[in-house]
Write a protein that binds this ligand. Structure first.
Ligand SMILES: C[S@@+](CC[C@H](N)C(=O)[O-])C[C@H]1O[C@@H](n2cnc3c(N)ncnc32)[C@H](O)[C@@H]1O
Length: 405
């Protein structure tokens, strides 16, 4: 999910600025993520691009990949570097844009923009436009840039949908975007989004890869593709960060895409959002498939009963195929049980699955062997308890990994 509920926005922004002020001012300090020239090399920046960068600027590099693998920047481009940090990528972009080109470097953190201005001046680059501001509200006109590059910023932005809409707004039709960012395999489900420490760990604010791609497509970007991948957190000096990252499948990807000629219509946006495949994936990744299947089992059982009772009152006759009805209920009950059993792999333990098997057994017995309403209802109640127990165990396990217990 992209819109994240329950966090305190000012606290998160303050934590992000505090963290990246430290990366600007004391890059030799201890950070949970890789920083500096060694990180730049290990993330695949060719020497030809970084060779002439000032040493102090390289020291504050905090990117998560090499967005230049997206090859978005052409000679003569007016380029926007979003979340530019100390300017590692801004100076590379400046060189790629060449004589007729221009680079605007924007960052939220004042210490970063100060350092960038200072180091660029020392390096004799006097035509960079450095802005302090937020990616959620760009101080730039519509269609005013030809290409955008961004490295490691989006996962730190609270309102990603708005930031992506802003990228779309300032990019000219047909303009190109290259971006490196952190993605996760499954989102954090415990209620910890208000914890600024976890936010700056770069995992809690990150998006599931497919959701990130969908976010750009829904905003009107075309040819959205992954051009590179890094096991970024394996480079982290912090064992806890490595464990958190592994638990959520966090890694970095490099993306490339193009802005479509026009904005997507409302219908196109909603077609994307309502795609059943997207919903299936989202529920599965969030571990909510069991709960959804259970809700459908209840609905197909008692919802159908209610319909059968109510429709004749409205003068509508309904012929119910009892076999198909029982089959639908059984399918959803088995799907609920399957989701619980899948929890075994997530170290949730066997007990919720065993309880779920008892509940499913009772419902199936009532449906296919000897119907008794009380047995059926008891089966549903036991299955509900197992599903909620599984969810609770999973959240507690996540909280443990995140160091919240
Ligand atoms: C991981 S660092 C990467 C910096 C730089 N791109 C690099 O490769 O060294 C992310 C940067 O994004 C900036 N940032 C975070 N949230 C932002 C926002 N909402 N708007 C603009 N910049 C933001 C931070 O201040 C930080 O400098």
């Amino acid at each position: 999910m992209v819109a994240i509920l329950g966090y305190s926005r000012p606290q998160i922004l303050a934590a992000v600025q505090a963290m990246y002020s430290a990366v600007a001012d004391t890059p030799d300090g201890a950070f949970h993520f890789p920083v500096g020239a060694a990180a730049s090399r290990r993330l695949g920046y060719p020497e030809a691009l970084t060779g002439r960068l000032p040493e102090r600027l390289l020291a504050s590099f905090a990117g998560v990949g090499c967005p230049f693998h997206g090859e978005a920047i052409r000679p003569g481009d007016r380029v926007l570097d979003l979340g530019a940090g100390a300017g590692h990528d801004s100076l590379i972009a400046r060189r790629l844009a060449g004589e007729g080109g221009r680079v605007i470097a924007l960052d939220l953190t004042a210490a970063m923009t100060r350092k960038l201005c200072h180091e660029a001046a020392l390096a004799g680059v006097d035509d960079l436009l450095v802005l302090q501001g937020s990616a959620e509200q760009l101080p730039l006109a519509e269609a005013s840039v030809d290409s955008i590059t961004s490295n490691g910023m989006l996962n730190l932005v609270p309102d990603k949908r708005r930031a992506v809409a802003e990228m779309f707004r300032v990019l000219r039709p047909g303009g190109r975007l290259q971006l490196a960012d952190v993605v996760i395999h499954r989102p954090v489900s415990v209620d910890c989004h208000e914890d600024p420490r976890l936010w700056v760990e770069c995992v809690v604010g990150a998006t599931v890869k497919e959701d990130l791609l969908a976010l750009f497509e829904e905003a009107g970007f075309e040819e959205v593709r992954v051009v590179g991948r890094h096991d970024y957190f394996a480079l982290s000096p912090s064992a806890q960060t490595r464990e958190v990252a592994e638990s959520f499948g966090a890694h970095a990807v490099e993306l490339a895409m193009r802005r479509a000629a026009g904005s997507p219509t409302l219908l196109q946006r909603w077609r994307h959002r309502l795609d059943p495949r997207t919903w299936w994936r989202r529920l599965r990744r969030r571990g909510l498939l069991g709960l959804a299947a259970f809700a459908l089992a209840l609905l197909s059982c008692y919802g159908t009963l209610a319909l059968v009772a109510l429709l004749p009152l409205l003068g509508i006759g309904l012929a119910l195929n009892e076999g198909a009805w029982a089959g639908a209920i059984a399918a959803f009950v088995l799907l609920t049980l399957g989701a619980l059993v899948a929890g075994l792999r997530r170290r949730v333990g066997p007990w919720p699955s065993l309880l779920g098997a008892v509940g499913a057994g009772l419902v199936l017995y009532a449906l296919f062997v000897d119907y008794h309403a009380l047995v059926e209802l008891t089966g549903f109640l036991v299955l509900a308890a197992a599903t909620l127990w599984d969810l609770r165990r999973r959240r507690r396990q996540e909280a443990r990994v995140l160091g919240l217990d």
